[in-house]
Design a protein around this ligand. Sequence first.
Ligand code: NDP
Length: 240
Amino acid sequence: MARTALVTGGSRGIGAAISVALKNAGYQVAANYAGNDEAAQKFTAETGIKTYKWSVADYDACVAGIGQVEADLGPVDVLVNNAGITRDAMFHRMTLQQWRDVIDTNLNGAFNMTHPLWSGMRDRKFGRIITISSINGQKGQMGQANYSASKAGDIGFTKALAQEGARAGITVNVICPGYIGTDMVMAVPEKVRESIVAQIPVGRLGEPDEIARCVVFLASDEAGFITGSTLTANGGQYIV
Ligand code: NDP
């Protein structure tokens, strides 16, 4: 029987590419989103992938949402923690709300989604947890103390959990994309975007599909020996 994959923030941007790539690889896919109903409806109409609305920042909503997905598609085998936001500001101007919003979605969201699924994966002796971090969680980025902290947290979370899941057949990995041409990056002023591209050795932004292919690989049986790893996909912008 086809495995089930749940992709948070799976109806737009990188998440949409991941949802489609997993579907094309034979998974039953559920795509979660936060509030953009129009984008979600368009995505379902175009791809046939069902969307589910809840905020990953809300633990109880995650438990309820996962329950609905599992009632529809069966136990979740692959979780992709992709949902993420930015609330950029230089630190001297950053508000507590901007800090909390980003930590709640990008870091607490990974806990809120992984925790309710963990016991089931342990019982079934199979699981794949793949979290989308960022180049800016690896190197830090001025104006993004909140985002960089949340994304660095995702990497630590992955490394710890990988050790706990290994004997239970659960692999836990994190992908650090560089700059990818989605709404998140297109929202940056054009001049800033040009200066970003100038720092990327391959000379262009990445494509959402280039991250989706990494996810499909890490979700596969062939990647069963890879756990606790940080996969960097950034066009050579930051080499660790
Ligand atoms: P987009 O802004 O294009 O899409 C974000 C997605 O996340 C949307 O589907 C959105 O839902 C969803 N989302 C946001 N907040 C929540 C929430 N609280 N609960 C559930 N879903 C939520 O982002 P990208 O595709 O660019 O980014 C995807 C991931 O990749 C993020 O984690 C981001 O940090 C990371 N990343 C992106 C890079 C880039 O260059 N684009 C670079 C490095 C990392 P809705 O449609 O309802 O708003």
